[in-house]
Design a protein around this ligand. Sequence first.
Ligand code: NAD
Ligand code: ZN
Length: 258
Amino acid sequence: MTKFAPNEVDLGAIRAWLRAARRVVVLTGAGISTESGIPDFRGPNGVWTRNPEAEKLSTIQNYLADPEIRRKSWRARLEHPAFSAQPNAGHDALVTLERHGKLHALITQNIDGLHLKAGSSAGLVIEVHGNVHKVMCLDCGWKGPMQHALERVRAGEHDPQCRECGGILKSDTISFGQALVPEVIDRALRAAEEADFLLAVGSTLQVYPVAHAVPLAKSNGARVVIVNAQPTQFDALADAVVRAPIGTVLAQLCAVAA
Ligand code: NAD
Ligand code: ZN
């Protein structure tokens, strides 16, 4: 395994691998969006690192059972940085990689929609945990734009209900305890199997089944490169681990990947 120390700038070996690759699959986590001002969960300034109680609030069971949790969640959504954040150099670099014709799939655990906002193609982006820009009814499955629901909250509804059936509304994202959408996660894992190069970026790789994409790609012959400030459980199987700021690293890797 090649390990690069913090601030190591010689990324030549990885660039050469990328140039040779045909089907690059990128897996991103919350760490790619911290440079856009959206805190991650488990990094040093992560939402859960600072407030371990917050993890409990993120489960679907609590959301369904407790109207007070829903009221808090709606207030938090009003303030969610995803609605004002802009893509950063890391997101932009992955658009460049796509333009080089290398990108087979961009699997993201993020719900902030920033890959699409940066210009990555909707056909290549697989949002395994959903997207905060949509709202869905947990009873009848109705979906609509989040902004309309937020307008209702701003107008005084603390816990807006579905206008079709009176059911509970929530962002169209996967909370803890909530099932993934089978077709979406299947598509992500299939793409990982087909990869000849897997780049895992900004994730502690602790959330399953999406984290399984990394060993799956490796066992199917892909080179695996992990870019993350903190260690992950898959560092030992990676061909290279880069512990440096994501925006800078991806800009250097992707600009000359053609
Ligand atoms: P995580 O919080 O568990 O891990 C993020 C990792 O990124 C940390 O190890 C951190 O050290 C690293 N990191 C942060 N900024 C970095 C930078 N600039 N350069 C290098 N490394 C950096 O994130 P996860 O593995 O994605 O799991 C969190 C779950 O929560 C995901 O399922 C995701 O859906 C959700 N989440 C999403 C967002 C978002 O959409 N932006 C934000 C928070 C949480
Ligand atoms: Zn409904």
